[in-house]
Design a protein around this ligand. Structure first.
Ligand code: PLP
Length: 456
């Protein structure tokens, strides 16, 4: 391959001089060839935008396989994976119990579009260990779960408007691809071409951690708000952990105004603990959406609520929602196998302790070095932030300039065999498959990489 093409596929631009301690780039030659080919087939060469590595250096890595906490790319590079498919792989890759159960289900066919006992089995497992919902409906993605929950809230209350928060992501349905307008409490503006203005006008976008703004919105739109939706713990624009009083206030204010409270637990559900953020904050929302972990890596989402609220869903009620592949038997099998491991005694205690030791060690290191860097974490979710702040609760506090430093960190980590999501706004995940040995190795790589970043 020509040298110039090789450089194009490597981790960085040709012209850059790197600080001492920077590692040479791993080969991305085969990934590069695959990416060039993919660009002919898919917009930007990918089937989901963040995968295109637009916010970090180099060509996207094409992943060939995963096992435990490791993944391997097309060039044979091995990485300790902290992306874990963006969260669902809480047991790690290729877990034997999940693989066995999926293989068993495969023998009976892939899809029937008719009920199977596996749906009952997974629902029973979830509902038996989750006191926050009484009935649920399986769908095929987080986006679908949230979109359906919003429709349910509108159908249930007979109101149209919803309130969401700046810095929360809820999938790509029209009502939710909306960002804040110019005033504190105004209609939202579309954040994607193709979303009708009239849809965006049904969504009010408010800053997180700001109760007066919420109160004001309810005064301004009295009797019109169907629901307030918040991520269990906002984890798509950094990790913006909210206080318990704030979450309790959301509960109180929504109830007072006859609006529903929706927790979008697509990330936090079955992650912070089996009952997710609802349990963490001890707050009962009206509707909860789930995704990711329920499917163990297969495309599954769900939404759940009280029997009374769920009775409004078709065919019992007038809110229509359906899916050819909903409750797919192979996906249900993966979910049953994974969730069976999660309900075992001590699972979350062990996982969260391991993650806490890992993040504490990094915090100690950066404090000793006086780096403008922090690790925010909750349970087994963490976020690397180039900031002086001890807490960040609002998206506006994140400095976009700091993402330049993340780019360098990301490249140095890849070159040391550590895989993090390709954007500094994304969180990382520790799985049950990350052993102490690998976490030690990862810590050393992180320390070395931060030294390179701060020499820049
Ligand atoms: C909180 C939250 N809600 C909804 C979604 C959308 O889920 P999906 O990508 O499965 O459609 C995501 C995806 O990351 C998410 O993090």
């Amino acid at each position: 391959m020509l040298d110039s093409i090789k450089k194009m596929f490597a981790g960085t631009e040709e012209t850059e001089t790197r600080p001492s301690g920077a590692k040479p780039d791993i080969s991305r030659e085969k990934s590069g060839v695959l990416y060039e080919k993919a660009k002919k087939y898919f917009p930007g060469g990918v089937n989901s935008p963040v995968r295109a590595f637009k916010s970090v250096y180099g060509t996207p890595l094409f992943i060939q396989k995963g096992d435990g906490c490791f993944i391997w790319d097309a060039d044979g590079n091995q990485f300790i994976d902290f992306c874990c498919s963006w969260g669902p792989l809480i047991l790690g890759h290729n877990h034997p119990k999940v693989r066995e159960k999926v293989t068993e289900a495969l023998q009976n066919g892939l899809s029937f579009g008719a009920p199977t006992a596996l749906e009952n089995e997974l629902a029973e497992l979830i509902l038996k260990h989750n006191k926050y919902i009484e009935k649920l409906r399986f769908v095929s993605s987080g986006t679908e779960a949230v979109m359906s929950a919003i429709r349910l809230a509108r159908g249930y209350t007979g109101r149209d408007k919803i309130i969401k928060f700046e810095g929360c992501y809820h999938g790509h349905s029209d009502s939710l691809l909306v960002k804040a307008g110019s005033g504190l409490v105004t209609f939202g503006e579309t954040s994607s071409a193709g979303v009708p203005k009239s849809f965006a006008e049904q969504t009010i976008v408010l800053p997180l951690d700001n109760i007066p703004a919420l109160e004001e919105a309810f005064v301004q739109f009295e009797g019109q708000v169907a629901a307030v939706i918040i991520e269990g713990v906002p984890a798509n624009n950094g990790l913006l952990v909210q206080t318990e009083p704030y979450i309790r206030s959301l509960r109180e204010i929504t109830s007072r105004h006859g609006a529903l409270l929706i927790f979008d637990e697509v990330i936090t559900g079955f992650r912070l603990g089996f009952e997710g953020a609802a349990e963490y904050y001890q707050v009962k929302p009206d509707i909860i959406t789930y995704g990711k972990i329920i499917g163990g890596g297969m495309p599954v989402g769900a939404y759940g609520a009280s029997t009374e609220i769920m009775s409004h869903i078709s065919p019992d009620g007038g809110v229509y929602q359906a899916g050819t592949l909903s409750g797919n038997p192979v996906a249900m099998a993966a979910g049953i196998a994974q969730l069976t491991e999660l309900v075992k005694s001590g699972f979350y205690k062990e996982l969260n302790k391991k993650a806490e030791d890992f993040t504490d060690a990094i915090r100690r290191f950066v404090a000793a070095k006086n780096y403008k860097f922090n690790v925010f974490s909750i349970g087994s979710v963490f976020w690397f932030a180039f900031t002086e702040h001890d807490t960040i609760r609002q998206a506006s506090v994140i400095d976009p300039q700091s993402m330049e430093k993340y780019k360098v960190l990301h490249r140095e980590l890849l070159n040391r065999g550590i895989y993090l999501g390709p954007s500094g706004y994304e969180v990382g995940f520790v799985s049950a498959a990350h052993s102490k040995t690998e976490l030690e190795r990862a810590k050393r790589a992180i320390f070395e990489s931060l030294e390179v970043v701060f020499k820049n």
